[in-house]
Ligand binder design. Structure first.
Ligand code: 4FD
Length: 418
């Protein structure tokens, strides 16, 4: 128990065994971090010919017979085992699938050959069919080893530094930046100057921009799922227009509810990497009331310290925008969350591309006035009813921020000591 096991069902055991003795995977096996075994379906085929394949019904080439594969799987099976058939018809392997496979205890990887595998074996035995890409190979061995490799490096201790795992490509759903090592000039090609200066901030910023440029030009298809917070150089802001509708006296909310609201909206904003939540409150008395409430909260509970820091109250949109502009030295890109069917409404996927494409702060505005919807509009995920109460507001903002900025793809090695 604890240790992750891989069993590969293959007619070419030598090839797979050789890999299990080699390099990083070989070391992981030696260290006892993972367990790898190989089984040949030919051992379970009918003598005297021990035939594992036969002609396809309906014509065509050869197909792997169901029975030898089934017996091979039964031979290596354990109660928690998941059976995966490698085939071009499978679900495309990506890092998310790798992460989910890494939570399993035992993977049985079945390698097909020829034209394929008798469908009845897949039907009766396979938990999942996986493909490593849209191309055809002579066998499922390389795909099986790709699965073993990608899943193993997510197991604690298999790859050296965990920072190497967290920082690399796809950790945040974006492509990696270029890497360089000595010499600083190789065949006349120079390492980018910024990397030689030792200015960590400048290096980080250069790497971010390189990651963004590569992802936008090579893999725009993955931007929709990327976690943008680490790539937005200027801040993200949430502006809650007409906050008196939820915080004013006429809203008649008990103080605990107002506090709960403030805590929730801050928590939602912090998760999306927001720098500030700006509440628009036109009446000075209400602004004062909220400020007093926040400072009281900060004194009362230690965790509310940052809470008070996160919230800013201003009388109107102009003040909010000029405050951001002052702080970021650049005017914010305004994104209104609205149920109105505005002409400047764009798709969230397009907004993600735009946010990455320019170096500007972004201000998400909820419940703002029509004349303040100057940038682009996003569809309110709650649909038609902009009722603006605490609950619909939190939901609309939370869903929107999570959709645009995304969720961190937490790349922590998976411990096996359950
Ligand atoms: N893209 C892949 C997997 C296997 C494979 C095979 C049916 C062919 C490519 C089952 C047809 C197995 C892949 C063997 N080629 N070839 O992951």
């Amino acid at each position: 128990m604890g240790l992750m096991r891989f069993s590969v069902v293959t007619a070419f055991p030598d090839f797979v065994e050789a890999y299990f003795k080699t390099s990083v995977i070989g070391k992981a096996v030696q260290k006892g971090l993972i367990e790898c075994d190989v089984v040949n379906p030919r051992m379970f085929a009918e003598p005297p010919h021990n035939q594992i394949d036969d002609y396809a019904y309906g014509g065509g080439g050869m197909v792997l017979k169901a029975e030898p594969l089934a017996r091979a799987v039964d031979f290596v099976k354990s109660p928690a085992a998941k059976v995966i058939c490698l085939s071009p018809q499978g679900r495309l392997l990506n890092q998310a699938l790798v992460e989910s496979l890494a939570t399993e205890q035992h993977l049985i990887l079945v390698c097909g050959h020829y034209e394929g595998v008798d469908e009845r074996f897949i039907q009766a035995y396979a938990d999942m069919e996986v493909s490593v890409g849209d191309y055809v190979l002579t066998g499922g061995e390389l795909p099986a080893l790709i699965v073993v490799d990608a899943v193993s490096r997510r197991v604690e201790g298999v790859v050296g530094k965990s920072s190497a795992v967290e920082d690399d490509s796809f950790a945040k759903g974006m492509l990696d930046h270029p890497h360089y090592t000595r010499p600083s000039v190789w065949r006349g090609l120079k390492v980018p100057e910024v990397l030689l200066n030792g200015d960590h901030g400048a290096v980080a910023s250069w790497r971010r921009r390189e990651s963004i440029a590569r992802t936008l030009s090579r893999r725009p298809d993955i931007v929709g799922n990327a976690f943008l917070a680490p790539y937005i150089e200027k801040g993200v802001y949430l502006i809650w227009g007409d906050a008196s509708r939820v915080l004013g006296d006429e809203a008649g909310l008990p103080e605990e509810v107002v506090i709960k609201f403030l805590k929730n909206i801050i928590s939602v904003s912090e998760r999306a990497g927001c720098r500030k939540v700006i509440l628009l409150l036109k009446e000075a008395a209400i602004r004062q009331k909220i400020r007093i409430l926040l400072s009281r909260l900060a004194k009362l509970e230690a965790e509310c310290d940052e809470y008070a820091e996160m919230i800013k109250v201003v009388p109107n949109m102009d003040r909010a925008v000029s405050w951001i502009k002052e702080k970021e030295k650049s005017s914010p890109y305004m994104v209104a969350i609205t149920s109105e069917n505005k002409a400047n409404r764009i798709h969230w996927d397009e907004l993600k591309m735009r946010i990455l494409g320019f170096c500007r702060p972004v201000a998400f505005c909820y419940q703002c006035k029509a004349e303040d919807m100057v940038g682009v509009c996003l569809r309110n995920p709650l649909g038609v009813n902009d009722s603006g109460d605490i609950f619909s507001g939190i939901i609309s903002v939370a869903v929107t921020l999570e959709r645009i900025i995304g969720l961190e793809k937490k790349e922590v090695p998976i411990g096996r000591d359950r």
